[in-house]
Design a protein around this ligand. Structure first.
Ligand SMILES: [Fe+2]
Ligand SMILES: [Fe+2]
Length: 232
């Protein structure tokens, strides 16, 4: 029985037993990421196996399977390919950092809809704010503090880290500060790991906020390479 509604995600998981990009990944790491110790890089198959065995996996996959794709911005760069992979990285980071239950759900939902405020592919710090507004109207099932937390994450994701405190205050989330800051770092790292969809050296490791994310750099390239070759 298939676990994923999306053919794109099924493809990533089906691929997870293969090593067809191993040489390419090794070369990219060597050429562009000399700061990373290749022995500390985790492979995509290993990461996905662990994700599949995660206690939260059924809840996580049903959130992803519930994606309402009609609200997404339609594009190859910021559309559903990017969104699904960002959400996978978000789940992987939640697993590694011990985020579960409702917090895992809110983080994953923010990843699924973080780019709905895009109007084009350009550098645009405002798309998070627009996305948060759109989310409020499109998802009335989320209310109160949970909605505020999702909206704050969406709004802050497109801003500098130094703006995160202002957004927290805007949504009056001061008493949620540790959770908010942790989920924002997860969302931003998940989004940053997805930079490989642009070029094979678009990811800048100094943008990764969690140490564990540094061990996912090769796997993040792997995830993108396979989909670039196999979906369309
Ligand atoms: Fe974004
Ligand atoms: Fe994004």
């Amino acid at each position: 029985m298939r676990k994923w509604k999306s053919d794109r995600i099924e493809t990533i998981f089906a691929h997870s037993a293969e090593e067809e990009h191993a040489e390419k990944i090794k070369a990219v790491l060597k050429d562009y990421y000399p700061e990373l110790d290749p022995r500390e890089q985790r492979s995509l198959p290993e990461i996905l196996d662990k994700l599949s065995a995660w206690k939260e996996f059924d809840d996580f996959s049903s959130i992803i399977n519930g994606l309402r794709s009609e609200v997404l911005y339609k594009s190859r760069v910021h559309g559903i390919w990017h969104i699904e992979r960002t959400a996978l990285w978000c789940g992987i980071l939640c697993m590694e950092l011990g985020v579960k239950g409702r917090m895992m759900e809110l983080c994953t939902v923010s990843a699924l809809y973080h780019d709905i405020g895009r109007i084009d592919e350009r550098e645009d710090g405002e798309h998070g704010r627009r996305g948060a507004e759109l989310f409020k109207n499109a998802f009335p099932e989320y209310t109160g503090r949970e909605r505020d937390l999702i909206c704050a994450l969406i709004e802050a994701h497109s801003l500098n880290d130094s703006d995160s405190g202002n957004i927290m205050e805007k949504f009056a989330l001061n008493d949620y500060e540790p959770e908010y800051q942790m989920l924002l770092k997860i969302l931003k790292d998940a989004d940053a790991l997805e930079r490989f969809r642009l070029t094979e050296h678009s990811l800048a490791t100094h943008y990764l906020r969690n140490k564990i994310s540094l061990s996912f750099v090769g796997a993040a390239l792997d995830m993108v390479l396979y989909q670039n070759n196999n979906n369309e």
